[in-house]
Design a binder for this molecule. Structure first.
Ligand SMILES: [Zn+2]
Length: 188
């Protein structure tokens, strides 16, 4: 079993060499809980300096936990706004984890997200697109029938806008303009 000063030294070494957030978190959590129980048994074994250092590790521990959570969120990012927001969080976590090596990981994630954000649509645009396609399929499923042949009508887009066309086209050329009510539903 390592002495307290050896344990603290091994933590310092891990913090300056380890770039794997999972390994580092596991190590810190495990060692901190061992050290807490040693501290309960004999407070005199701990110097003030080591206590200050261990207290600072509480911050590192929670920042690492948050970092791992934020990494999971990365897969759910589809908008410019969300990417920017998460990039800011990575930036803050990088500051909390500095001066330790793992801070570089958070900074790297931040930079990657900022460049990814440039390729993503703004959330208002995306929400609009989703609404539009939702309304479109809602209208199509309303069961409109072709007046010529009775087949299902589908919405088609031309340079003059959307219209109802027979789904059997080119067998049947049945078509109809959207009613003003339908156009309003699509916000055209
Ligand atoms: Zn038709």
């Amino acid at each position: 079993m390592m002495s307290i000063s050896e344990t603290i030294e091994s933590l310092r070494v891990a913090l300056s060499t380890c770039t794997d957030e999972h390994k580092l978190l596991a190590l810190i959590s495990e060692q901190l809980s061992l050290l807490r129980s040693s501290h309960r048994q004999s407070k005199s074994d701990f110097t003030n300096e080591s206590i200050q250092f261990l207290k600072s590790l509480n911050v590192v521990e929670s920042a690492l936990r948050e970092f791992i959570e934020a990494l999971d969120e990365k897969d759910w990012i589809h908008t410019h706004d969300d990417a920017q927001e998460l990039a800011c969080r990575f930036g803050e976590l990088g500051e909390q984890l500095a001066p330790y090596l793992v801070a570089k990981r958070a900074e790297k994630e931040m930079r990657e997200l900022i460049s990814k954000a440039k390729t993503l649509p703004f959330s208002a645009v995306r929400a609009g697109e989703i609404d539009f396609h939702h309304c479109l399929s809602h209208l199509e499923n309303s069961g409109k029938k072709c007046r010529k042949c009775g087949a299902k009508m589908v919405l088609r887009e031309s340079q003059h806008g959307y219209f109802w066309g027979c789904s059997t086209f080119p067998k049947c050329f049945g078509k109809r303009w959207l009613s003003s009510e339908e156009a309003m539903l699509l916000d055209l």
